[in-house]
Design a protein around this ligand. Structure first.
Ligand code: ATP
Length: 322
């Protein structure tokens, strides 16, 4: 069975709470990450993403709640759990005065890999992250993009089934961002990945599903398309019907949807019409489907449009910087 077919949860987070003095960073967060999926852990600045990641990776203790990775509680089995994941922290702390090669040898040792096992693990991680050209170079002499790859290589060295990447493209130039996203997308074919970001297009480019947190609380959770039309705010969807001379405007009015723009039919068949509409959340989408059914109109497609996560952020209550 391929990892993508095995949908058991690799990560289970329940009731996570954490305060720094008077600041409540996490107020009870629950979510699961199915095996083989890429989860976008999303939220405005200060939402609590890094705090949650630090608890999940055993760098911070929670005040309440539980994190299980591969069925093991991180608080009870910290070492065993740390063997199961690779972690690229925010700001990617590296020893700048080391060469890439020495740093990876040192990391291999830290994971208990020696001799031919260490050599094979380093070769694999260097190939996976495309570090061959800078392998003998000092880390301080590497570009920010290559340093980020070195961080990714150390996270991959022990071939973990889970990768946790905290803002992995932060501070990279646009070309480096594209390269890093390619790398992450490739890794997502075989590994379970949690990636945090406050950059919406990044999550849209990489993640299968999203957990959105805001002021320490989870406010949305699910597949990206569903999330985009999940809040109370409006969202944009493309709708395609098959109907001869059907009253598209009447149908949308019945559903409480707004016609934004009729689109050329994506098919040669003139009885098929397509439009961009605005609806109120997932209920608005359901009403469009119901109105089509009531009128015996063949509904071919009803798809929330990418980019509407922006509206979800905009609809969050005030109090966070974006
Ligand atoms: P960003 O996207 O800016 O990295 P974030 O979603 O990762 O933000 P956290 O860094 O987890 O959010 O911070 C959550 C809240 O906890 C914020 O209000 C932050 O100011 C506060 N906080 C984080 N670390 C500490 C700390 N060590 N001491 C006190 N307050 C902290």
């Amino acid at each position: 069975m391929s990892p993508k077919e095995n949908q058991t949860a690799v990560v289970r987070v329940s009731g996570l709470e954490k305060s720094y003095g008077p600041v409540k960073a996490l107020r009870g967060i629950d979510f699961e990450v199915p095996a083989g999926s890429v989860l976008g852990f999303l939220g405005p600045n200060g939402a609590g993403k890094t705090t949650a990641i630090k608890i999940m990776t055993g760098y911070l203790a929670a005040d309440a709640g539980k994190v299980e990775i591969c069925g093991l509680d991180i608080a009870e089995h910290p070492l065993e759990v740390k063997r199961r994941f690779g972690y690229l922290p925010e700001n990617n702390p590296l020893y700048l005065d080391m060469r890439v090669s020495n740093f990876l040898e040192f990391t291999a040792q830290a994971f208990g890999l020696t001799g031919t096992k260490a050599k094979a693990a380093i070769e694999r991680a260097v190939t996976q992250t495309g570090l061959q050209t800078v392998y003998r170079r000092g880390i301080a002499q590497c570009s920010k993009g290559f340093r980020q790859r070195v961080g990714l290589a150390q996270a991959l060295l022990h071939d973990p089934e889970l990768l946790i990447l905290d803002e992995p493209t932060n501070g990279l130039d646009p070309l480096q961002v594209v390269e890093m996203r390619h790398l992450i997308r490739d890794l997502g074919k075989t590994k379970t990945i949690i990636i945090t970001s406050h950059v919406l297009p990044e999550i849209e480019a990489l993640a299968d599903s999203v957990v959105l947190i805001h002021q320490g609380r989870k406010v949305a959770d699910g597949p990206l398309a569903g999330i985009a039309c999940n809040g109370h705010g409006s969202c944009i969807a493309r709708v395609t019907f098959r109907c001869k001379d059907c009253d598209l405007e009447g149908l949308l009015e019945q559903a409480g949807a707004v016609l934004l723009e009729e689109r050329p039919s994506p098919f040669a068949d003139p009885s098929i019409c397509s439009a961009l509409i605005e609806v109120e959340g997932s209920e608005g989408l359901s009403r469009v489907a119901q109105a089509a059914a009531d009128r015996n109109v063949d509904l071919i497609e009803l798809a929330p449009q990418s980019g509407t996560l922006e509206s979800l952020f905009q609809n969050l209550p005030p109090g966070s910087e974006l």
